[in-house]
Design a protein around this ligand. Structure first.
Ligand code: NAD
Length: 272
C-alpha cells in the first residue's frame, strides 16, 4: 500500500512515482513543476535528451531544498547517438546539461540499430560511475532478448507505453522472467483517461479522482509511474497514491478495458 520504492535487480531502490517532463519547457515551467513535485513527495524525475529540457531539470534539482542524492534522475540516449555509436558522448553531454556528475538511470530511448553496441557503452559508463543503473525504453520481447544475449549487465528497467488500454503482455513477460522492472510511460493515456467513465466511478468509492485510480492501478500491477503535469494542483493530485488500495474487483474491472490501443508509436514497426 505505502510501498514507495521498487528494489531493482542491482539492489538500488527506485521511487515508484516520478514526474514526467516530456513537452515541459526548458525554463521556469519545468523548474516550478519539479519543485512542486518534490514538495508533494515525489523523489524521481524522468527526462530525455530529446525533450530538450535537461538544463531546466538540472537547474531545478540544483536549486531544490533536497540534496542531489535524494532525487532519482532518469535520462535517455536519443536514436541518432545509438545509431552512430555516440552513446558515451551523448551521456557526457546530458550530464553537462543536467549539471550533475551522475544520473541514477539512463535508458536507450528506442530499439534502433546499433542498440547492442550502445548497451555495451552504457555498461562502461556504469563502471566509470557516470550512471548507477542502466535500462531500456520501448524494447519489445525480441529486442530485450538481444540485449540479454549481447550484454553483461541485465537491464534494470524497461520503460514502455502502459495504461489500461495497453498492457503489453509479451514485453512484460520477458521482463518479469529476468527481474527487469517496468516503468509506464503515458500512464494517464496522455489525458485520454478522462474519456473513460469507469475511473471516476471507481474513484468515488475511495474518495479519489480518476487520475489517482489509473495511477494506483499501475502501481498495484507493480509498475512504476511517471505522470506528466506542469499544473501544481494536478502534480499534487497525481502524487497522492499511497493512502488507498483498489479492491481486486475494481482492479479486474479496469483490466477488462485492455484493447491493445497505443497513443504513441509502435516499437515493432517504426523508424525515426
Ligand atoms: P501522461 O499519460 O502522463 O499524461 C499527461 C497529460 O494528462 C497532461 O499533459 C495533462 O493533459 C493530463 N493530466 C495529467 N494529470 C492530470 C490530472 N490529474 N487530471 C487531469 N488531467 C491530467 O502523458 P505523457 O507525458 O505522454 O507520459 C508521461 C511521461 O512519460 C512523459 O512526460 C515522459 O517523461 C515519459 N514518456 C516516455 C516515452 C518514451 O518513449 N520512453 C514516451 C512518452 C512519454
Amino acid at each position: 500500500l505505502g510501498m514507495r520504492t521498487y528494489k531493482l535487480n542491482n539492489g538500488l531502490e527506485m521511487p515508484r512515482l516520478g514526474l514526467g517532463v516530456w513537452k515541459s519547457d526548458n525554463g521556469q515551467e519545468t523548474v516550478n513543476a519539479i519543485h512542486w513535485a518534490l514538495e508533494a513527495g515525489y523523489r524521481h524525475v524522468d527526462t530525455a535528451k530529446i525533450y530538450k529540457n535537461e538544463e531546466a531539470v538540472g537547474e531545478a534539482i540544483q536549486t531544490a531544498s533536497l540534496p542531489r542524492e535524494e532525487v532519482w534522475l532518469t535520462t535517455k540516449i536519443w536514436n541518432d547517438a545509438i545509431r552512430e555509436g555516440r552513446t558515451t558522448q551523448a551521456l557526457d553531454n546530458s550530464l553537462k546539461r543536467l549539471k550533475t556528475d551522475y544520473v541514477d538511470l539512463v535508458l536507450l530511448h528506442w530499439p534502433v540499430s546499433g542498440r547492442v553496441k550502445a548497451w555495451q557503452e552504457l555498461e562502461k559508463a556504469v563502471e566509470e560511475g557516470k550512471v548507477r543503473s542502466i535500462g531500456l525504453s520501448n524494447f519489445m520481447e525480441e529486442h530485450v532478448q538481444e540485449i540479454l544475449d549481447g550484454g553483461n549487465i541485465t537491464p534494470a528497467v524497461n520503460q514502455i507505453e502502459y495504461h489500461p488500454y495497453l498492457t503489453q503482455a509479451d514485453a512484460i513477460s520477458i521482463c518479469d522472467a529476468n527481474d527487469i522492472a517496468i516503468t509506464a510511460w503515458s500512464p494517464l493515456m496522455q489525458g485520454n483517461f478522462l474519456q473513460e467513465p469507469l475511473f471516476a466511478e471507481i474513484g468515488k468509492r475511495y474518495d479519489k479522482t480518476a487520475a489517482q485510480v489509473v495511477l494506483r492501478w499501475c502501481l498495484q500491477n507493480d509498475v512504476i509511474v511517471i505522470p506528466k503535469s506542469v499544473n501544481r494542483g494536478r502534480i499534487i493530485e497525481n502524487g497522492q497514491l499511497f493512502d488507498f488500495e483498489l479492491s481486486e474487483e475494481d482492479m479486474t474491472a479496469i483490466d477488462q478495458l485492455e484493447r491493445d490501443e497505443r497513443f504513441g508509436p509502435d516499437p515493432h514497426n517504426f523508424d525515426f
